[in-house]
Ligand binder design. Structure first.
Ligand SMILES: Cc1ncc(COP(=O)(O)O)c(C=O)c1O
Length: 519
């Protein structure tokens, strides 16, 4: 296997990198990406917050800068033989596009499990795709084997001086676009972009603080800084898949250790909140790794109480899986402490549900799940929109406890957030004369309380599912204990409600999973 040779055997110093960054021919394929001011976030944080829009590159991420810088500098013989990379992500697209521009055959080995959308994207940029193995390591093994067999040059995703120098061109653009920056925040996966930008900034404007941001479940830079050398993490979370790297590169670590001012880690929920911030300010939809740097910026500003500073974060990519947005949207509110999740035990009796809601007052309820358990106590799962962050959540917990309700705060409970909230319910143990109804009502703060008020407390509620999806209408599924003799009075009351409703008692899904009998 041929490796493109680093320019010299001695480690390159800052001046070498500065020269190579200035010479990097990245604009043959990449653009100078805009540095956009985030108006809303700037006002909210009392700092000027700017976003470097690398999602605007032809491959919707910065990765083509590094890949192209290395590939453009191959010898004619190396170009003729072709290149190879192993990647299921943004690097693959960068190598493919650079290969087509340079007329170099680019083979990308991807695990067989790679989603078709990513395989198609690489093919669309002219890459020759080989699907092999069930994971990244197996794909990489095959890439090395093919490189040896065919004399291809291996293009690494981050740990190579020319790849690092290519990513460093982002730093050059940043200081040209805003010469008054105080802080720059960068995502860290294998450390290529952080190393390249940090070394460049420290050559030109060393007073600018450069901060690396990692996902807390794949913090290979943090681990290496603690150990003093790169270490391999046992496992990494894959939500921010662009930065799910087990071991930081040797060269990228050397530079990060020397040139970064600080490094921080952020949670998945904080990344989701940053995806939302980016959308609200720019209408761009970032991939999770793409929003990592901004999540770090927000956390850093709060922790260090920064004010009136000029801050930039790199939006590093937008190759998102559309369906992951559902998860992102659900978790964004938790990441901002704009939603609290609680498990509360209330007495199983008519009116108890209503009394409980009164304590929440006219706060917007985002979710309400309840299933009849036994004759005495009921456990409910409730989501509440918080305008006052953690302090408001603490107040709600205090009020509920003072009113005698046993309550657990589940807002930071990963298992509850991912699974349990969707598994509440099942068939009741006791025999119930239950009827099921679905309702639609206009969504506004206090809508749920008003709904319960209008319904009155004549009928015991035995099942309740409500989820506010941010749309104009809230949808509720509600079970009532109603004897046959009360049915007429009950339906007359429903008509008075004025909300859309439907009797779902004979719905097959209800019969299968929720009602006492399946016949
Ligand atoms: C969108 C995105 N952000 C950040 C990174 C991390 O870059 P690096 O591995 O150079 O640290 C990647 C890497 O592929 C990426 O695709």
């Amino acid at each position: 296997m041929q490796q493109a040779q680093p320019s010299r055997v001695q480690p390159m110093d800052g001046a070498d990198y500065l020269r190579d960054i200035l010479r990097a021919p990245v604009y043959e394929v990449a653009m100078t990406s805009p540095l956009q001011t985030m108006k809303r976030l700037s006002e909210r944080f009392n700092n000027q917050v700017q976003l470097k829009r690398e999602d605007r590159q032809p491959v919707h991420s910065f990765k083509l800068r590094g890949a192209h810088n290395m590939m453009a500098q191959l010898t004619e013989a190396q170009k003729k033989a072709g290149v190879i990379a192993a990647s299921a992500g943004n690097h693959a697209q960068g190598v493919a596009l650079s290969g087509s521009r340079l007329g170099v055959k680019a083979t990308i080995v991807m695990p067989r499990t790679t989603p078709a959308i990513k395989v198609d994207a690489v093919r669309g940029f002219g890459g020759h795709v080989v699907l092999h193995g069930n994971n990244f390591d197996e794909a990489k093994g095959m890439a090395q084997q093919l490189a040896d067999e065919h004399g291809y040059t291996f293009v690494p995703p981050f740990d190579h001086p020319q790849v690092i120098a290519g990513q460093g061109t982002i730093g050059l653009e940043l200081v040209q676009q805003n010469g008054h920056l105080d802080y720059i925040f960068l995502p860290v996966g294998g450390g290529g972009i952080a190393a390249g930008v940090a070394v460049l900034i420290k050559q030109l404007m060393p007073n600018i603080k450069v901060i690396g941001v990692e996902a807390e479940d794949s913090a290979c830079l943090r681990a290496a800084l603690d150990a003093g050398f790169p270490v391999t993490l046992d496992r990494v979370g894959t939500f921010a898949d662009g930065v799910a790297v087990k071991r930081i590169g040797d060269e990228s670590f050397r530079l990060c250790q020397q040139y970064l001012d600080d490094s921080i880690t952020v949670s998945s929920d904080a990344i989701c909140a940053a995806v939302q911030d980016i959308f609200e300010d720019t209408r761009a939809i970032s991939e999770p790794s793409g929003a990592l740097a901004l999540a770090g910026l927000k956390q850093y500003v709060e922790k260090h109480q920064l004010k009136d500073k000029q801050l930039a974060a790199v939006l590093s990519g937008a190759n998102t899986n559309f369906h992951s947005l559902r998860y992102v949207s659900e978790r964004a509110e938790l990441g901002e402490k704009r939603e609290g999740l609680l498990a509360v035990t209330i007495p199983e009796q008519t009116g108890a549900f209503f009394n409980f809601c009164q304590i929440l007052g006219d706060r917007a309820v985002t979710e309400f799940n309840y299933r009849y358990g036994d004759d005495h106590l009921a456990n409910i799962f409730v989501g509440v929109r918080l305008l006052g962050g953690q302090e408001e959540l603490d107040n709600i917990l205090r009020d509920l406890r003072q009113a005698g309700y046993p309550v657990e705060d589940l807002s930071d409970d990963e298992m509850a957030k991912v699974h349990v909230r969707y598994m509440i319910g099942g068939r009741p143990l006791a025999n119930l004369s239950e009827r099921l109804y679905s309702f639609e009502f206009p969504e506004y703060p206090g809508a749920l309380l008003h709904f319960l008020q209008t319904l009155g407390t004549h009928w015991n509620i035995s099942l309740f599912n409500y989820r506010n999806h941010g749309s104009d209408y809230g949808r509720v599924l509600c079970g009532f204990e109603i004897g046959d003799q009360d049915l007429l009075a009950f339906t007359a009351h429903l008509r008075e409600l004025g909300y859309g409703w439907k009797d779902e008692t004979s719905n097959p899904a209800y019969r299968f999973f929720l009602s006492k009998t399946t016949d």
